[in-house]
Design a protein around this ligand. Structure first.
Ligand code: HEM
Length: 399
């Protein structure tokens, strides 16, 4: 659904504009209505069975933000907020000017693949008198030894994920939603992330993380027969979460100074894939299925016993799988000079107890990568299914 590889079109549009400026003068060009081309024109519909921002490729810019309800804000106030937020998100995703107050931040840009995804944290249900409707899947995540969690940057009553291929479009959405929350909810924490821009590579490629690896190769794909059952909550007994998903959010700092000291060979062994093209060390290309049983001539395992892709694979975890849809982050440098950078890891699954939890338990017990990571913040959110025009996200829970 997303337009990819549009750099050529954008470049061509630039050339045409340049030529026209010569003939008619800059003013005429600025006033002439021009169709949006390339990255800006791509739209991802807000309405649908599932919320947007889950199955689509992650955009170049992301904001993750959690809100806490204001004292006294009840279920009705939360419902009104979700109604306002949904209406605005639908307008912005369609490239329409938002009704009501606008800031003008994205006036001249197209929707740029904007998605806005809404979720509820565990605490939301007590605050709104809906404890009886809280899904069992929102049980707090267990503690892991690699955790160094900042509780102030974790959890929250409401969670919003914003993604767009233009940073002003993404910030515009963030700012509007924050303003609309006034009086009902306050920002608890907010994080900014990024990915490669569409068109930056000669052909669409799996994105790289800040360790330089291709990241996302062995994700469940929408074309897989079991994609929906792994990622989305089934429609059972009128469950208000039907068509929804559970998002595990982890701010994972990478210990990049230590990582960058490893030789390329060591780095590749830690993951189990080649850095250059993402091919598994058992052979083939990026998309060749991993052979966890392959033995090298010297008798060693081609994919080491503690390689990240062995320890995390569904085969090692009774089929547990999740859709990883992350953003990288960089918030400057710490006092010791180390980058405050890593992954805003967002994992989507139908049930966190059959996705993130068992896999992270296993990674925590000793995968080669964990030594280079610190989990600094954490959240688990119930992300309801999508809504139809005229409805709002979470309506089945809140009305
Ligand atoms: C695979 C990096 C954290 C679960 C991979 C791959 C890389 C990678 C490079 C191989 C390519 C791919 O299939 O995507 C990282 C980094 C992390 C991180 C840099 C932290 C900063 C996690 C966490 C989990 C996880 C916390 C889950 C608890 C997985 C899974 C796979 C994978 C399930 C696919 C394994 C397979 O079936 O081949 N990761 N990862 N990763 N990772 Fe991670």
């Amino acid at each position: 659904r997303r337009l990819l590889g549009t750099a050529g079109a954008a470049g061509a549009a630039g050339l045409v504009a340049g030529g026209a400026a010569g003939a008619f003068g800059a003013e005429a060009v600025r006033d002439a209505p021009a169709a949006l081309a390339g990255v800006g024109s791509a739209t991802l519909p807000f309405h649908g069975t599932h919320q947007a921002g889950i199955a689509e490729p992650a955009q170049a810019h992301g904001h993750l933000v959690a809100f806490d309800l204001a004292p006294g804000a009840d279920r009705k106030a939360a419902a009104a907020l979700l109604r306002r937020w949904s209406a605005t998100a639908a307008e912005l995703a369609a490239g329409e000017a938002p009704k009501g107050d606008d800031t003008g931040i994205a006036l001249d840009a197209g929707p740029s693949s904007l998605t806005v995804t809404f979720g509820f944290g565990r605490s939301f249900f007590d605050r709104t008198g809906l404890t009886a409707k809280r899904p069992a899947a929102l049980e707090p995540l267990p503690d892991f030894t690699a955790d160094a969690l900042d509780r102030k940057r974790s959890d929250g009553d409401l969670w919003v994920q914003i993604g767009a291929d233009d940073s002003l479009v993404a910030f515009h959405a963030l700012r509007l939603l924050q303003k609309q929350a006034a009086g009902t909810a306050r920002v608890r924490w907010q994080m900014n992330g990024f990915n490669r821009s569409p068109g930056a590579t000669a052909r669409p490629l799996t994105g790289r993380n800040l360790m330089g690896q291709m990241d996302g190769t062995n994700n469940p794909k929408p074309s897989d027969p079991d994609f929906a059952s792994r990622v989305f909550v089934p429609d059972r007994d009128g469950d208000w979460m039907a068509g929804g998903s559970y998002a595990v959010v982890r701010r994972i700092r990478m210990l990049l100074d230590s990582w960058d000291h490893l030789s390329l060979e060591r780095q590749e062994k830690v993951i189990g894939r080649r850095k250059s093209d993402g091919a598994p060390l058992s052979g083939g290309t990026e998309t060749t299925p991993v052979d966890l049983t392959k033995i090298e001539k010297d008798g060693s395992l081609a994919i080491a016993g503690d390689a990240h892709i062995r320890v995390a694979a569904p085969e090692s975890n009774r089929g547990a799988a999740m859709l990883r849809r992350a953003f990288s982050y960089h918030d400057g440098f710490l006092d010791d000079g180390a980058p405050d950078a890593g992954l805003l890891f967002v994992a989507w699954q139908a049930d966190p107890l059959k996705g993130f939890v068992p896999v992270q338990r296993k990674l925590d017990r000793g995968d080669g990568l964990s030594r280079f990571l610190r989990h600094e913040a954490s959240g688990l959110y119930a992300v309801p299914g999508g809504c139809a025009p005229g409805e709002y996200v979470g309506q089945r829970l809140l009305e």
